[in-house]
Design a protein around this ligand. Structure first.
Ligand code: EPZ
Length: 422
């Protein structure tokens, strides 16, 4: 397994290109199942999760041709040969469950493995099931698989989500696009990835209004046609790289970044004393003066502070002036980066869903372990401002969500290299 070596190397400067959004692409790709005509995605990120989704779609009989080294995905689901999403693929990537809604709508049935738990939580699917059953699906759990069928097709319904689940919203919207009649989804997730999915579905002929608000209305149509869609910029990659100069000092411009995708994250950076500016090329970030100030953060659904940036924000708070309280409200176990940061000299106490971080002047490099995608990158960020050398092991987690991470950080002056696995 590869490791990444990082040596604290002072202030950063230069440009970091922001790729297409992993979490948008992972819901846009299953949308190809809704139509017999080709769906092409441009600005697709070059990530292992995208390769996993391509493998899954191919296992269903879809064609997925990766062009421009993965930047363009030319897909076609004209002849689907299977509706079975195998545990072996789904256990590696929960987003595989996003084929459930489209397969039900297109084929009238689907057999999708439950993802099983992952490092950050149990990741149940009750909200997906509740929504699809409201559309007329019959779903039973057997041998770890959700066996779903809609013998009479799907019918529009009023659906109120208990929690604004991103994945449940995506599955329900995709299924409702081909249902008979109108669906009204309330307490829908408002994340930019949902907005991007609806933009693409609309280009395919779907009749949908209200994306980005908590009420989405879908008038089902008989069929959807092909389209070409550009994947929206990745707000989590953007937020991650905005924190690099905040932690290590200097000034970085994140090319292609859009502040409107980041919700409460921007205000929090401002409160901490990080200068952020939208330019016509992207987002410019620098640390206003000296040490950043400790701020309290509570993760929430969009437009609240993104849970996917909590670990990275903790890395910033480790050397901030004062005490910061980080409350993780979305997942039940998303502080695994804390003990690794403590190995680097951070002062962090975790009690349940709250981490209390008392800023120290400087962290010290140490061997640390990546545990999940966002925890891994928070260790890299912390290491860039630490004294000495940090070796982050198990960086395959990183490759799931960060395209060419070392190259992008080296490009702004970080001392970082990948060591091939022993
Ligand atoms: C999406 O996951 C993202 N993944 C996650 O990003 C992100 O952290 C999450 O949304 C929250 O923003 C993709 O888009 C591929 P949820 P998803 O359904 O859809 C509970 C990353 O690092 N829940 O909004 O799975 C669930 O257990 C990943 O890129 C139920 O209880 O998130 C969790 O506590 C990590 N029942 C909370 O809701 C359900 O049926 C949020 O889940 C579904 C979810």
């Amino acid at each position: 397994m590869d490791s990444i070596l990082v040596r604290g190397n002072g202030a950063l400067s230069g440009e970091i290109p922001i790729a297409g959004a992993k979490n948008a692409c992972l819901t846009l790709m299953p949308a190809t199942l809704l139509s017999e005509e080709p769906l092409t995605l441009t600005n697709a990120p070059r990530l292992s999760d995208i390769k996993t989704m391509s493998t899954l779609l191919r296992s269903l009989g879809a064609e997925v041709v990766s062009l421009q080294d993965g930047g363009v995905l030319a897909m076609s689901s004209h002849d689907l040969t299977s509706t079975w999403a195998d545990y072996d693929i789904v256990r590696k990537m929960r987003a595989s469950n996003l084929v459930l809604g489209p397969l039900l709508a297109r084929m009238g049935h689907a057999e999708v493995s439950l993802p099983g738990g992952c490092a950050i939580g149990a990741r149940p699917m009750d909200l997906h099931i509740h929504g699809l059953e409201a559309l007329g699906a019959e779903i039973e759990l057997k041998d770890g698989y959700l066996l779903a069928k809609a013998p009479k097709g799907l019918k529009g319904a009023e659906i109120a989500l208990r929690f604004a689940s991103v994945g449940a919203t995506e599955n329900i919207v995709m299924a409702a696009a081909l249902a008979r009649g109108t669906t009204v989804l309330t307490n829908a997730a408002r994340e930019p990835e949902i907005v991007d999915l609806v933009k693409c579905l609309r280009q395919m002929g779907a009749q949908i209004q209200g994306e980005g608000t908590e009420r989405i209305e879908i008038q089902g149509v008989d069929r959807l046609h092909g389209a070409t869609h550009e994947v929206v910029a990745d707000r989590i990659e953007l937020g991650t790289y905005m924190l690099a100069p905040a932690i290590a000092g200097g000034e970085v411009e994140c090319i292609g970044g859009r502040l409107d995708l980041l919700g409460a994250f921007v205000e929090k950076l401002d409160e901490a004393g990080v200068a952020v500016e939208q330019t016509n090329r992207g987002v410019k970030v620098s640390r206003k003066n000296g040490r950043v100030k400790a701020v309290d953060v509570t993760t929430a659904v969009f437009p609240g502070f993104p849970t996917d940036l909590q670990a990275q924000m903790m890395a910033l708070m480790c050397t901030a002036e004062g005490v910061s309280e980080l409350h993780e409200t979305i997942f039940e176990n998303r502080f695994m980066h804390a003990p690794e940061l403590v190995r680097m000299g951070a002062d962090i106490e975790v009690h349940g869903g709250t981490a209390t971080v008392t800023g120290v002047k400087k962290l010290k490099g140490a061997p640390v372990m990546a545990t999940d995608l966002r925890a891994s990158v928070s260790l890299i960020l912390a290491a860039m401002a630490a004294e000495g050398e940090t070796r982050v092991a198990r960086v395959y987690h990183l490759d799931r969500g960060y395209e060419q991470l070392e190259k992008k950080l080296m490009g702004v002056g970080a001392e970082i290299e990948r060591i091939s696995g022993e």
